[in-house]
Design a protein around this ligand. Structure first.
Ligand code: NDP
Length: 326
């Protein structure tokens, strides 16, 4: 089968189109004909070696496709499913644990299904469990027009929260507004003051920050006393070591660095969260914005564009002939 392989860690240029043997599912897994693979920022961390991974490997954990074979015969061949934690989705076929798949609701586009779970479940755990967002909550979301950012904004808007979204361009600002942001800001030296002014002179209850290194100080600055800084990503690099006393100075502030895997640690939790996301897509709570798909051979370009801040919403790769009709 055709697949993207990483044989050594590095920049987007290490994503090479290769012919590899198709994977064989264990009893715990199912074999999937992948139609679209979701492209996520975490894929760039594994590719660069920032997160540990043994080479060679096929990137991608998320996607959508049809079940090609279930060794236990429990799932009917041809069933359309979305999944996460698969073993390499930038490929025509992949294997995934049977507990990490969810049926795609009738009428949901395959490109949307391929990119709804990782970012959707992240947005879901952040606003329901890490900091339960309600009508009275004021929050900041950075990378507000990115994949997670737009979904988080939609969920928080559905809860009636006050959302201050931070983005880099006017095009992204428009998308953040459409998703339900109360007010949109660009980066600059007075950003924290400007947001506080818009929030009645107060810091916000919670900062959801996927940018990391470049925005950590800003997050401490803009959060209210005893508020939460939720640093869930490192698009600009990892937050550097800091003096714990800074949290006292910022007003007895809490900080967390959460990870999706810890909020989907059992199959039951995964299923409940995945089904909540699928339902939200089906009933329109989530309107997932997906860019025009990249072809499998252009995976390098997808990573280059994601890391150059050129993408908005979710990014997918078309992986097989079956995806070409969608
Ligand atoms: P995005 O679509 O949000 O893309 C990243 C965005 O980050 C860019 O579009 C850009 O938006 C912003 N950004 C700011 N500074 C930089 C920089 N120096 N380099 C690159 N981008 C920058 O990606 P995802 O939705 O896939 O992921 C968002 C974040 O969430 C990532 O950090 C990812 O690792 C994290 N994540 C964490 C999870 C968890 O459980 N902890 C799970 C899933 C994702 P702009 O131009 O508007 O600034």
């Amino acid at each position: 089968m055709k697949a993207i392989q990483v044989s050594k860690h590095g920049g987007p240029e290490v994503l090479a189109l290769t012919d590899v043997p198709a994977p064989t599912p264990s009893e715990e897994q199912v074999l999937i004909d992948v139609s679209f693979a979701g492209v996520n920022y975490i894929d760039t961390y594994f590719r660069s070696g920032a997160y540990p991974s043994e080479v060679p490997y096929i990137p991608g954990s998320e996607g959508c496709g049809r079940v090609a074979h279930d060794p236990r015969g429990e799932i009917v061949e041809g069933t359309l499913v979305a999944f996460n934690e698969a073993q390499g989705t930038y490929a025509e076929q992949t294997v995934v644990d049977r507990g990490r798949i969810v049926a795609v609701p009738e009428g949901v586009d395959e490109k949307v299904a391929a990119s709804m779970l990782l970012q959707g479940m992240t947005a879901h755990y952040l606003v329901t469990d890490t900091y339960p967002v309600e009508e009275t909550t004021s929050l900041v979301v950075t990378a507000g027009a990115g994949g997670v950012g737009l979904m988080l904004t939609q969920l928080a808007a559905a809860a009636g929260a006050t959302i201050f979204s931070v983005v880099s361009t006017e095009e992204k600002a428009e998308l953040a507004r459409e998703a339900g942001a109360t007010e949109v800001f660009h980066y600059g030296p007075t950003l924290a003051d400007d947001i506080r002014a818009a929030n009645g002179g107060n810091g916000v209850d919670v900062v959801f920050d996927g940018v990391g290194k470049d925005t950590f100080e800003f997050a401490l600055d803009v959060v209210r006393p005893r508020g939460l800084v939720c640093s869930f990503g490192s698009a600009s690099g990892d937050v550097e070591a800091f003096d714990l006393q800074e949290l006292k100075k910022a007003g007895s502030v809490y900080v967390t660095r959460p990870m999706l895997a810890h909020y989907t640690s059992t199959d039951e939790e995964f299923r409940a969260r995945a089904q909540a996301v699928a339902r939200a897509v089906e009933d329109g709570t989530f309107s997932v914005r997906v860019q025009e798909p990249y072809e499998l051979a252009d995976a390098r370009q997808a990573h280059e564009d994601l890391q150059a801040r050129k993408t908005t919403g979710s990014v997918v790769i078309r992986t097989s002939a079956s995806g070409k009709s969608s």
